[in-house]
Design a protein around this ligand. Structure first.
Ligand code: ZN
Length: 409
């Protein structure tokens, strides 16, 4: 039996007067989601705990059954894993920006003019740097973004980065956040590193060209968000499921990769996270043939929430719904358990995450159906799952798959 897990980022919302007092999900015309709701078990999901507003990172850990209070050490490690760096337990990971520094040491653009191409070549020039026995691994992400990993003895994440946050200022020095020798050392090697980086990047051909074209040179790195790479449980081993992740965003891929899932890279998925929903769900469908578990992440719902654009959110949910036909029991020829939810609510009126629980539906062919026949916040509360907590949903899904997740003799 297979398990399909669809997460719509920031799905949950609040009633909106312009939508007749419905949420965007309730307002949207969603025949396929409603079908799954009518055949499945429904409930409201408190992703981390009631009253706790999740970040997207901590939320996904919880959804995969990993307690964020025990394992979360900051976003850096997941971002690093997301761009494809093989992070190891104990590494110190950072988020980084290619930036522009002037000859007199002032940051003139924090994103090197939102540089579009060339950062991969630039990061290659920085390969193999080692300072005091510490290896520096840098990998370019999208546009100006990159991830940096420090590997070696005597390091800590108790160090503050060099991002001035505003342009026209000199980058601050790396500051140790405690008195430990590890913090002193980490700050010291980072200081030496960015001096080297500046030296190497300033001589790069790509930057000469950029300056000639009137563009900002990508001649510096701003480094922030230190996090020590935690030892996280292996999802595949924990649940005995061959697992795959279909996602666009680096953070989601990073979390999945660190938990041991295979990341599906398919050329049909490039060009933005949700630009081609049809391709995303086609790739998901294909991978359900090879894997026991496929996690498909949809980002658009959260983006529209942050804009406060409830109508666009509702229309986007309709587009997602349209692609779900391929997983309906009449169209999918194997026993499939389907779990659909969000990683948190992002009410359009907040333009941000909230602690409101999100609707969840879990379907299997012989599950205990309830009376709920529509997928939405106010309907889900009447469902048989009641109020559930994020770390419990994998167990509930495994039970539907006849996989024993037993406690006791
Ligand atoms: Zn999210």
């Amino acid at each position: 039996m297979k398990l399909l897990f669809i997460v719509m980022d920031g799905l949950g919302d609040r009633p909106i007067p312009d939508l007749g007092g419905k949420t965007p999900l309730e307002y949207a015309n969603t025949p396929n989601l409603d079908k799954i709701a009518s055949l499945g078990m429904n409930g409201l999901l408190h992703v981390i705990a009631p009253g706790v507003t999740p970040g997207s990172d901590t939320a996904h850990l919880a959804l995969f059954g990993v307690d964020p209070y025990e394992y979360y050490t900051g976003r850096g490690p997941f971002e690093a894993a997301g761009v494809g760096l093989e992070v190891k337990e104990g590494d110190i990971a950072f988020r980084a920006n290619f930036a522009t520094i002037s000859d007199n040491g002032v940051i003139t653009d924090r994103r090197a003019g939102r540089i579009k191409t060339g950062t991969e070549e630039l990061s290659k020039l920085l390969e193999g740097i080692e300072i005091d026995g510490i290896k520096f691994l840098l990998k370019a992400g999208t546009e100006h973004r990159a991830a940096l990993v420090l590997r070696g003895e005597g390091l800590t994440d108790k160090v503050y980065g060099n991002d001035p946050k505003v342009e026209g200022k000199e980058p601050p020095i790396f500051k140790p956040l405690d008195e430990s020798s590890e913090a002193q050392k980490t700050a010291r090697v980072l200081t030496t590193y960015v001096m080297k980086v500046r030296d190497i990047l300033s001589k790069a051909e790509i930057n000469d060209k950029r300056v000639q074209e009137g563009l900002f040179a990508a001649n510096f790195l701003l480094i922030r968000g230190a996090g020590k790479v935690p030892k996280v449980p292996n999802f595949e081993e924990e649940y005995c499921l061959e697992s795959a992740c279909v996602a666009g965003g680096g953070l989601y891929k990073g979390i999945a990769r660190m938990l041991g899932m295979d990341i599906i890279e398919d050329e049909r998925l490039t060009g933005g996270t949700d630009t081609n929903l049809e391709a995303k769900f086609e790739v998901t469908l294909e991978n359900l043939k090879n894997y026991d578990f496929v996690f498909a992440h949809v980002k658009g719902t959260d983006n529209f929430s942050h804009d406060g654009d409830y109508m666009a959110k509702a229309h986007f949910i309709e587009k997602v719904d349209k692609e779900l036909y391929r997983f309906l029991p009449v169209n999918f020829d194997q026993e499939l358990v389907i779990m659909i939810t969000g990683d948190h609510s992002s009410p359009c009126s907040f333009k941000d995450h909230s602690a409101d629980p999100v609707p969840i539906v879990i379907y299997s062919s012989d599950c205990r159906r309830d009376e709920v026949d529509k997928f939405g916040e106010s309907y889900a509360v009447k469902g048989s799952l009641g109020h559930v907590v994020g770390k419990h949903i994998m167990g509930i899904a495994l039970n539907e798959m006849r996989l024993v997740h037993k406690f006791g003799s």
